[in-house]
Design a protein around this ligand. Sequence first.
Ligand code: NAD
Length: 241
Amino acid sequence: MGLKLENKVAVVTGGAKGIGLAISDKLAEDGATVYALGRSTNMELDSKHNIIYKQCDVSDLESVTNTFNEIQKEAGSIDILVNNAGITKDNLILRMSESDFDDVISINLKGVFNTCKVVSRFMLSQKQGRIINIGSIVGTTGNAGQSNYAASKAGLIGFTKSLAKELAARNILVNLIAPGYVLTDMTGKLTEDQVNAFKNNIPLKRAAEPSDISDVVAFFASNESRYITGQVLHVDGGLAI
Ligand SMILES: NC(=O)c1ccc[n+]([C@@H]2O[C@H](COP(=O)([O-])OP(=O)(O)OC[C@H]3O[C@@H](n4cnc5c(N)ncnc54)[C@H](O)[C@@H]3O)[C@@H](O)[C@H]2O)c1
């Protein structure tokens, strides 16, 4: 039997770092040809990563259109899209600037609109595809100091469910994974007290490793999840129960 994702082409936004890199590696290990997108012009990935890197700013529709057209031409199809790119600009509402709000929405939410708009054209004509959005439990629970981030991730839930209904007739499945607390640079900014507070509230009593998330992405990319669409799956060690 071949690998689960043999002959599939996957695009992972923010796919050269943190959770995104774990997702790119896992999909490549399962046999997919993987394109990782990031904002840096010269991202040098170690040769042990079997990933093709391309510069693309997801918040810029023109950049997304050009990059996806290039990949479609090079690879012949785009079968799996993982919308993982995301940023935080945390602050309490009185101190949050307008640009802190706009920047987070334009990458975390509008960026997903941009990639889905462009990729759906290819997936509709292929009559198959998988779109996996990376949200956050904060999109459901909310979090003080993260009103911009929580709004962007909550917006992704409505977006995911709407697109799932819109694209289901062409066998394009759209789901969202909501991680809890994962060890990456994004959470590296937290103080020791904040980290301990998080860990004490996780029923499984540990933070997630990026691979805890990428294994679930691989499931949503595979044939095993063929009858699941429009779902929000918390992968959080029980944090949001
Ligand atoms: N780390 C956590 O605890 C946690 C929890 C819940 C959800 N998430 C979500 O998981 C995803 C990945 O988070 P992470 O912790 O790996 O973060 P990270 O900061 O380590 O990586 C984020 C990636 O997004 C890319 N990116 C940012 N802006 C971009 C843009 N405009 N265009 C293209 N790429 C861009 C960055 O280059 C980077 O590769 C994010 O969507 C985040 O919101 C993370």
